[in-house]
Design a protein. Sequence first.
Length: 188
Amino acid sequence: MGNTQNEINQIKRLNIENFDNINMPIQVDEFLTEIKLHLQIFSLKKQLQSQNQILQEEILLRENVENEVKKHKSTLENLIENLPGMVYQSNHDCHLVMNLVSDSCYSLTGYQSQDFIQNQISYNQLIHLEDRKLICRQRQKALVKHQPFQLVYRIITANQELKWVWEQGKGIYCCDGKILAIKGLIKV
C-alpha cells in the first residue's frame, strides 16, 4: 500500500485534472495514456491561449487603424467641403458620371451631390451644348498624355442660370497605364 500511496502522491504533484477518473491500482499503459491525453489538452490550451492573445492584439490594432481612418476621413471631408468649388471623381467618359461629389456642388450647379452620384443627372448634361465636344476632346487629349488639364466653359444650372466655370483635373491610372477615373475641382 505504501507504493500505491507514493504513486498517488506523485500523480497529484503532476496536477492532473480529473484524477478521480484514474482507476486503482494503476495500470501503467492506462496511466501513460491518461498522462499523454492530459499533456495534449494542456498543450492545446496553451496554444489556444496564445492564439487568443494574438487575436486580441490584432483586434486592438484593427480598432486603432479604423479609428485613425475615421479621423483622416473626417479631416478630408472637412477640407473638401471648405474648398471653393465642387470636388469630384468621375468615370472616364465624356458623360462624367460621378462616383464622388462634394456637397458644395449645390451652390455651383443647383443640384445635390446625390443627384449626380445616383445618376439622376450627369455633369455633362450641365455643360453648355456648344462647349461639350470641345471640352471632351481637350480633357481626353490631356488624359491620354497622362497630363493634368484646365478647362474653361459654360454650364447651365438647375435654375437655368448660365455660369462660366473653371475646371482642373487629372486622371487616375492603374499600373498598366489604363485610365480608371478622373478627379478634379470645378469652380466659378
